[in-house]
Design a protein around this ligand. Structure first.
Ligand SMILES: [Fe+2]
Length: 186
């Protein structure tokens, strides 16, 4: 319909359904999803307000849509909230709805025995409206809210991260297992 119509969460989920049927390459999926997520985060009024704020004393993490080939979540980072280096075992597209987030990308070189060398590949302050893509080979990152306000994001992943065996790393390269509970979607 008219381009002035609001792009809703339902529109986005419909597009994700189609794109994940048509594409198998993580690069192509994320290239096609990124501009659509940019539209959604610029006008997130179709997302219920309770999914865009953090519960008292916790980071906000909510499932907005779960499907076999993708899921959509919202994440609210409070001032100073941080996730250290971690991987995802799938593709991802992340968009900033409000405020900003600092994302650090890492190059990981396995050095054996549960250790790795972590090199910072980039540090980016993503402002409101920005979209960031994770693809195999470049999907290890850390996140940090350096501001004094909440940061609201929408995350889309190619797999359900709940219960998925993933990895995280300390600053010295020590590897730790990471299994998200149902509310940890980043
Ligand atoms: Fe993440």
């Amino acid at each position: 319909m008219a381009t002035t119509e609001t792009y809703t969460l339902n529109d986005f989920v419909g597009d994700l359904d189609r794109i994940t049927r048509e594409e198998t390459s993580a690069t192509r999926v994320t290239e096609r999803v990124a501009p659509l997520l940019a539209r959604l985060v610029r006008n997130p009024r179709s997302i219920p307000a309770e999914y865009l704020r953090s519960p008292a004393g916790q980071r906000g993490r909510y499932i907005l849509h779960r499907a076999p080939k993708f899921n959509v979540t919202s994440v609210v980072w409070r001032p100073g909230d941080r996730a250290t280096a971690h991987n995802h075992e799938t593709w991802g597209v992340i968009g900033v709805v409000e405020n900003e987030i600092e994302e650090t990308r890492y190059r990981v070189t396995e050095t054996g025995a549960g250790r790795a060398k972590l090199e910072v590949a980039s540090v980016t302050r993503h402002p409101t409206g920005a979209v960031s893509r994770l693809v195999p080979g470049d999907e290890v990152h850390g996140m940090y809210n350096p501001t004094s306000r909440d940061t609201i994001e929408i995350h889309v992943y190619g797999r359900d991260l709940a219960g998925l065996k993933r990895r995280r790393w300390d600053d010295d390269g020590t590897e730790k297992p990471l299994v998200s509970d149902k509310y940890l979607n980043c």
